[in-house]
Design a protein around this ligand. Sequence first.
Ligand code: ADP
Ligand code: MG
Ligand code: MG
Length: 539
Amino acid sequence: CDMGGLENLVANTAYLKAQAGDHKEMRRRRRSLALPKPEQCSALRFSVGNDFEALCQQQPIGKRLFRQFLRDAAVPEYLAAVEFLDELAGWELAEAGTKDKARQNIINRFCKADSNSFLTFLTGGVAERCKVVTEKDFEEVVKGQVRDATRDFLRGNPFTEYQNSPYFDKFLQWKQYEKLPINEKYFYEFRTLGKGGFGEVCAVQVKNTGQMYACKKLDKKRLKQEAGEKMALVEKQILEKINSPFLVNLAYAYDTPDHLCLVMTLMTGGDLKYHIYDVGERGIEMDRVVYYTAQIATGLLHLHTMNIVYRDMKPENVLLDSQGQCRLSDLGLAVELPNGKIICQKAGTSGYMAPEILKMEPYRMSVDWWALGCSIYEMVAGRLPFKDYKEKVQRDEVARRTFEDECKYTHKNFDALTKKIINLFLKKRIIDRLGCNGDDPRKHEWFKSINFARLEAGLIEPPWTPKPNVVYAKDTGDIRDFSEVRGNINFDAVDQKFFKVFSTGAVSIPWQQEMIDSGLFEELNDPSRVESSSALVTA
Ligand code: ADP
Ligand code: MG
Ligand code: MG
């Protein structure tokens, strides 16, 4: 009997079963949960700050409760404002066939002075323009000025009233709950999914919600021995800042006696390198290449608008989720470059590095677009522009080809438009390169089949979906174990302080989303429920 095979089978079965969700144990656990009491949350009223966007738009629970406040306030203006914003969001995501109708509906309901839902808070020029808006200036007036004015209106009195309402008290209870200390007991742990430089990545599940995540465990001793602490902290701090459907998000950061742990979006569909080389014929079909590249480009732009260069763009770092949507992962090489700042440091993977980075010339975001060009080429052809698959070649030779050679397209799947966009990403000079002159590469005609607003909202069906009962990861036995860290390593006060800085617990946006998605938000808000659990406490 093959013990390794058996072990892998057992590990896979438990992992798949957890994903399918058997929640008896979870329901039992949930009965003993309760929000902190309001009087325990008063200090938070000051520390949560006064930022309307953060409190009422970005944080999912904040957004929910603010919306509930507006709906329940019984002020027609408030209701009209919320409904207008919702309808406008719906219009932005509408497909071509229904878009005209949605626009006309918005004009009739919110822009006509005799309508019940007319936006009566509008004043001055905006109000005048709104009343006479037509389909021609709809974008400028309604999507632009009227929306801005509506948000400004909500930011005023409604926001202040909300902050003095029971809805905001409830929000503070959730914010207090969000601070709960996290340790390994918070999760069930499942099989190893992969191996990184400082430790393994395994699947975990939050006991109270059933939410699955990937947990990247960094060995504290190894970090210290190889001076990796600073890099680990940079990765964590960048991960917690970003929030995009096309980047893995960080949900928790905590530590155990031996590890620092990053709990991130679980991607069960395997990485694109695996899909290029290990599934079917080498390469990926063109419709999938366009779809993945559209998501990757949007993810890169999200990083770039936050002044972050990714520096490790390659198919291996693009992971698929269970639906077949992709996200960029492994932000270990990413670096934040405040406006105007440039860098000359060599970083990246051989075969994907742009001429400027190989020459250690100053660069910013340009290197990511070059690497994206290499990655599109690789998805189509199953090799890199300047390096054949499994070719044994010196880094210097790859660099020489990168500087001097023209990209050649011998593979049968390259069409004219695909060659065109790759050539634009592989321009040797930064100023000639697509994406490097304040232009948006997503406007290139290669992407003409993609509606990016709908793509970002997750409304475009992926061209390929992973099979639900397959584990797209190497067998557990084939993921090489780590050798023990040798030598005697002790942690001093500086190390302990670093561990503390790293271990900040739950990250607001993903944590709040998890509470909503799992139904725990509704459950703990239920007034009858609060009584029964406090009864439990006094019993
Ligand atoms: P390192 O930076 O040390 O290389 P990675 O972040 O690349 O670590 O993670 C190592 C491996 O773990 C990856 O190659 C992949 O197989 C797996 N992995 C990483 N993140 C996830 C995730 N979010 N979901 C599923 N598997 C993941
Ligand atoms: Mg990696
Ligand atoms: Mg890394």
